[in-house]
Design a protein around this ligand. Structure first.
Ligand code: MRU
Length: 352
């Protein structure tokens, strides 16, 4: 199964998802600017995959630093970390992974014996930072497998399943969050019929979800975003599964724009709506969805991108929020790697 980020032979390789489904090409990120650009431009995207890329990216950006003291290293590290953190605002995994890398660095300070061996110590620090990035990647892969097992327990063999955006292997270290149970079911001979919303304006559903599911032989049907109500009404959908970019303490979950509308429809049609949220995506410091910063992107994504010629009057005003917040009251259950959580989310997320 394809993975979006890999670190091989000292090279940080990022699958350029802007080229999919036409071309599978990895680009090498060598500098902090490369990593920032790859995240900003959605070459790597999806909350957990952004976290993995940021962790490796931070390591890559500091691995050639030559400084004379731990304090100097920590200052340079911090400023690169803050820079990478400006690439996108909504997915909390970006900040979570960067903070975790910095905590690992600062935890080393006490264990070091400064003096003539500082060069060796600096090498040790860098090796440990690489190990931490690798742990972030590995743990996300394990979390996805675990969410896959929990998620599968909610689904039946021949269900019709609707998903929005892409929360598959391309959005994570491997396997995906909400697509992990689909892959596990596929291995076990399940007969899911997946419907993928195309997901305007950047078409993650059409370009990425439809592609990765087809690659693995899953029965997937692409629909436009405005067709979700129709397929629900026709009885084709038994469950909705989606990912999450940041879940607030009360269970409100930010995800790709359009997700909250799907959740409202699911409620209307009595269809369970499951949000897959690794614990790295839960942000207990943000009380409710209203405090989540929603990224706003350029109007050209709506006006002209993907079209042979611009599809809207030149200069027309646009409003292009990249995410929306699904109210916790519309979420039937939250699937995490530690188990499935039901309301009241405020209480049960904290327990977790
Ligand atoms: O703008 P994107 O493509 O980064 O948005 C991605 C999503 O909204 C995903 O659904 C979310 O990150 C969950 S990924 C497991």
């Amino acid at each position: 199964m394809i993975v979006p980020v890999k670190y091989e032979r000292d090279r940080l390789l990022i699958l350029d998802q802007t080229l999919l489904p036409g071309e599978e090409r990895y680009i090498e990120a060598r500098t902090k600017e490369d990593v920032w650009e790859a995240i900003k431009k959605l070459r790597v995207r999806g909350a957990p995959a952004i976290g993995v890329a940021a962790a490796y990216g931070l390591y890559v950006a500091v691995r050639d630093l030559k400084v004379e003291s731990f304090a100097d290293f920590a200052v340079r590290f911090h400023s690169i970390k803050e820079y990478i953190a400006t690439s996108r605002p909504t997915a909390v995994n970006l900040f979570w992974a960067l903070e975790r890398m910095e905590r690992r660095l600062l935890a080393m300070e006490d264990g070091l014996c400064f003096g003539p061996s500082w060069k060796q110590e600096l090498e040790y620090i860098k090796e440990e930072l690489l190990k931490e990035a690798e742990a972030i990647r590995r743990e996300d892969e394990e979390a996805c497998l675990s969410m896959g097992r929990h998620g599968l327990s909610l689904l039946k063999k021949d269900m019709g399943i609707l998903t929005h955006c892409n929360a598959g292997t391309l959005a994570t270290a491997k396997y995906g969050t909400c697509l992990a149970p689909i892959y596990l079911g596929q291995e076990q001979g399940y007969d899911f019929k997946v419907f993928a919303d195309e997901t305007r304006p950047l078409l993650q559903g059409a370009r990425l979800t439809a592609w990765e599911l087809s690659q693995e032989g899953v029965d997937v049907t692409l629909i436009c975003d405005n067709m979700a109500a129709t397929v629900m009404k026709q009885g084709k959908i038994d469950a909705v599964v989606v990912g999450c970019d940041r879940m607030a303490a009360n269970g409100d979950g930010a995800n790709k724009i359009g997700t909250s509308g799907v959740a409202i429809l699911a409620k209307e049609f009595g269809i369970p709506f499951y949000m897959f949220v690794p614990t790295s995506t839960i942000d207990l410091d943000t009380p409710t969805g209203s405090e989540i910063q929603i990224e706003e992107r350029q109007g050209e994504e709506i006006r002209e991108m993907w079209y042979q010629k611009p599809m809207a009057p030149a200069g027309v005003k646009t409003y292009n929020p990249a995410f929306d917040v699904t109210d916790h009251k519309h979420i039937t259950a939250v699937v995490t790697e530690k188990g499935i959580i039901y309301p009241p989310y405020e209480e049960n997320l904290r327990k977790l």
